[in-house]
Design a protein around this ligand. Structure first.
Ligand code: AOS
Ligand code: ZN
Ligand code: ZN
Length: 387
């Protein structure tokens, strides 16, 4: 196994993008609990994201969602973020909260509704031009609930045509990132249910169209790291939406449900050259903090990713390859597991201190007074949430 000091330089510059919506109130269809200190404005969400970065050094950008983060001056918002030491990142579109989209948006049979959904993406691109964002991330809630309800094949054709129109509007340095999800809110068929469909759609568009892999969007038991390896191999892994799940799309803290799975995913990223300064894969969180405090929830999340990255980097890949090639099944597995079982927390604490960061970012945040301050300040107004 490698030593921590051997891999420490590779931890430099690790960047995890946080989602603006993680700072807003969220819940299930049963109840949305209000959390004291929840942001009331986009600026307050950006300030909270910047706080996560200040304590961890791991989260230099925040993803926005349109229209949840509607703003009248994105250039000013960009400056506001930059003054706080972070960037505005991926722009997420929304075609799932409008009555017109009940039966589809980019796939709808009515050209007027398709155009409305395309126009929404054009607006998102305008936002990207002001914020300097590279990625337009599209997650579609589209599908059908009953066999026979829609023409699945026709819907794929209309989707391809709509995506083409959106893609053609992007500039040379922007990307279209298409997310897949196997079910929900549609329960019979979903128009982009899996990585294969997302791949087929983006491959038809061109080089700057790539796939987003949300770790909560697969059937239980799916070997997600295999999909990661395949998409990297094809040059089509655009981004991650990290979170963890026990049952469905739980959107819990990444690494909470299955730290070993996170380790295995990150190992494939490192193995595939998708980790480090030369990679253009966006590592994002897509999470909701329904019952826990939001900023500590985000701090825990980025630290979990850092911890599992360090462990995955510890794998001695030369020794692993030798064991694999010689057919030594158990030695190969042992080399892999040795790295996973290594506790890197003390080494990471010392490494952070060497960089002027708190050894324990969670503790430092809780002692900083920021949480008490926002709980006292942010009273009145409407707390930001999922709509
Ligand atoms: C929905 O299930 C997807 O994970 C989306 O990525 C996301 O949660 C939503 O679109 C917020 O942007
Ligand atoms: Zn997602
Ligand atoms: Zn999701």
């Amino acid at each position: 196994m490698k030593t921590f000091s051997e891999i420490a330089p590779l931890l430099e510059g690790q960047a995890i993008e946080v989602p603006s919506w993680a700072y807003g109130n969220s819940g299930t269809r049963f109840k949305v609990f209000g959390t004291p200190g929840t942001p009331r404005t986009v600026e307050e969400k950006v300030a909270d994201a910047a706080t996560v970065h200040r304590f961890t050094g791991l989260a230099p950008s925040v993803a926005l969602h349109i229209p949840w983060d509607l703003h009248d001056d994105y250039t000013a918002l960009r400056r506001y973020a930059e003054d706080l030491g972070i960037r505005l990142g991926t722009i997420n579109s929304n075609t799932f909260q409008d009555d017109d989209y009940k039966l589809g948006a980019l796939t709808h049979t009515d050209p007027k509704i398709r155009q409305k959904a395309i126009d929404h993406h054009f607006e998102c691109i305008d936002v990207m031009n002001a914020t300097g964002s590279r990625d337009l991330k599209i997650w579609l809630a589209e599908g059908t609930n009953y066999p026979g309800q829609g023409d699945m094949r026709g819907r794929q054709d209309r989707l391809a045509e709509s995506l083409r129109t959106i893609y053609d509007r992007l500039s040379e340095d922007q990307r279209l990132v298409l997310e897949y999800k196997f079910f929900e809110p549609a329960f019979y068929h979903t128009d982009v249910p899996d990585w294969g469909t997302s791949y087929v759609q983006v491959a038809a568009l061109g080089e700057r169209a790539v796939v987003c892999l949300d770790t909560g969007h697969h059937a239980p038991g799916t070997n997600i790291e295999f999909i990661v390896a395949q998409l990297i191999r094809l040059g089509k892994l655009g981004s991650f939406d990290f979170n963890s799940r026990f049952y469905a799309d739980d959107d819990l803290i990444v690494g909470a449900a299955d730290p070993f799975q996170l380790f295995r995913i990150l190992f494939e990223c490192i193995r595939g050259g998708a980790y480090g300064p030369d990679s253009d894969v966006a590592y994002m969180l897509d999470q909701c903090h329904n019952i826990e405090k939001k900023i500590p929830g985000q701090i825990r999340s980025v630290l979990n990713v850092q911890e599992m990255t360090a462990r995955a980097l510890l794998v001695d890949r030369d020794a692993l390859t030798a064991a694999q090639d010689s057919g030594d099944v158990l030695l190969a597995n042992e080399i892999f597991m040795d790295a996973f079982y290594t506790d890197v927390r003390a080494d990471l604490a010392a490494w952070r201190e060497g960089r002027g960061l708190p050894a324990n970012p969670m503790r430092a945040y809780l002692e900083s007074g920021y949480q008490e301050q926002i709980e006292a300040d942010r009273v009145g107004g409407t707390q930001a949430g999922w709509n």
